[in-house]
Design a protein around this ligand. Structure first.
Ligand code: FES
Length: 171
């Protein structure tokens, strides 16, 4: 199987399966209108879009790399940096802001040593600051992998994150 090595933020070496990238590419006709759909599939597979995959996509669609990078940076759902296994979203919409979402940001920063937009050294968590999640009655709201936690306090953060840490099987 063809692999390329990729350094993560924490310094670990992660293998990118080029076979997997090629499998995704081959599911689509070589037409530029499928560019976004292919990038979404790659993002889904690797949790981000590796540089090697961008290059392969550029060659496959005969599309300039610069256009692909513009597209990837434009769409919020796409990431060019490795994301954590678990995605934490902290709402900073008006209702959550009034009820102390700033404190929650500090709580997660203290627990994981990351700021919004960053991924923890162990690759387990990424933190994102988002706009209203549509659950203002539960403000302030934190969402981890799609699971909503309402009326959040700083004190609840360590316990909630511990649950997700425990999900990781021992190496
Ligand atoms: S403002 Fe946070 S859920 Fe609406």
């Amino acid at each position: 199987m063809k692999h390329k090595k990729k350094k993560t933020k924490g310094g670990d070496v992660m293998e990118i399966s080029m076979n997997e990238v090629n499998r995704i590419l081959n599911e689509y006709p070589k037409e530029q209108r499928y560019c976004l759909a292919i990038m979404q599939d790659i993002q889904h597979e690797f949790n981000y879009i590796p540089k090697e995959a961008m290059k392969a996509l550029s060659e496959y669609l005969e599309c300039p790399l610069s256009s692909l990078y513009s597209m990837a940076t434009f769409y919020k759902a796409l990431s060019l940096k490795p994301k954590g296994k678990h995605i934490i979203k902290l709402c900073d919409g008006t209702a959550c802001h009034i009820r102390g979402s700033n404190t929650l940001v500090r709580g997660v920063e203290r627990e994981l040593h990351i700021s919004p937009g960053e991924t923890s050294e162990d690759g387990l968590f990424s933190l994102e600051l988002v706009n209203c999640l549509g659950s203002c009655a539960m403000a302030p709201v934190m969402v981890v992998d799609g699971q909503y936690y309402g009326k959040m306090t700083m004190e609840k953060i360590p316990e909630i994150l511990a649950k997700y840490r425990e999900e990781v099987p021992a190496q």
